[in-house]
Design a protein around this ligand. Structure first.
Ligand SMILES: [Zn+2]
Length: 281
């Protein structure tokens, strides 16, 4: 038990400030990207099967699109620098910079020491959703990825088709290594199409049925050569539960596109972060 101080209300009434104001954050040239995406040529596609994952590669300067097909389905996305798998998507820093959910014009940032944009969202057909009455929104960077360890802790048993295991199997197959070697490469995801938030009364992570419908897509511009892995979450639209075979699940389509020659004149790949890494020594 704690004692409430006399000035408790006054302390609670202090106005918050934004931790990381982004006015000084390098901005993507959205006019250039909007123009470039008007004339795209498809170069590759991968259909991710339900309760499974697949890898794909995207050259720097290409676009990739994740599309809902057949039914409402959530996807868990991992990204790596294709030339250095140590540089990977950093969900926590992306959240600190852009907030709990990301949409058009916002970026997926990479881990230290690179800490640079890996991909910029160039179009989001769910951009209209905003923040609903429950505080929920889509494409979150607050969840982790459903995994068999948490499942075992909370419910017991062995479930092998959580996004964590799906991503692990896909990376093991791509690299030709055992799953034990691939597993440490898997990291916290961008929850594509997932509708989530935190409850206001208890602060708990919640999910609700995704508003995604077949034909909806989230499109990205690759700021570097990317290796991606996408899992079609066993939670399906995540309206009820995940980490089980109960929910209706559907495939997700990944397509890669090249822009027209000259469409990216003026674009340069983002350099690695400017910190000198001496750490005061
Ligand atoms: Zn999942």
């Amino acid at each position: 038990m704690t004692t409430t101080p006399d000035d408790a209300e006054a302390r609670r009434a202090v106005k918050p400030v934004i931790c990381y104001p982004v006015e000084t954050l390098p901005q993507p040239d959205m006019a250039l990207l909007t123009d470039a995406r008007q004339d795209l040529r498809k170069t590759d596609e991968v259909l991710v099967q339900p309760r499974d994952a697949a890898t794909f590669t995207v050259p720097a300067g290409h676009f990739f699109r994740i599309t809902s097909v057949e039914g409402s389905q959530v996807g868990d996305l991992n990204l790596w620098n294709a030339n250095d798998l140590n540089e990977r998507f950093y969900s926590g820093k992306t959240r600190a910079l852009h907030g709990t959910h990301i949409t058009t014009g916002e970026r997926m940032w990479s881990s230290f020491p690179g800490m640079r944009p890996m991909a910029t969202i160039s179009h989001d057909t769910l951009g209209w959703y905003g923040i609903d009455a429950y505080g929920g929104s889509v494409h979150d960077v607050i969840g982790t990825r459903c995994d068999p360890y948490t499942h075992n802790l909370l419910k017991g048993g062995q479930y092998h088709h959580c996004c964590h295991s799906n991503l692990t199997r896909a990376m093991a197959a791509h690299l030709g290594v055992p799953v034990q070697e691939a597993e440490p490469l898997v990291h916290d995801v961008l929850n594509v199409f997932m509708c989530t938030g935190f409850t206001r009364d208890t602060g708990q992570y919640f999910m609700k049925a995704s508003p995604v419908r077949p034909g909806d897509y989230l499109e990205f511009f690759a700021e570097m050569d990317l290796l991606g892995a996408l899992s079609a979450c066993p939670g399906g639209d995540c309206s009820a539960e995940h980490s089980s075979d109960v929910a209706a699940c559907y495939p997700l389509l990944v397509e890669v596109f090249a822009p027209k020659d000259g469409a990216l004149d003026g674009w340069t790949p983002p350099p690695v972060n400017g910190y000198d890494r001496s750490h005061g020594v």
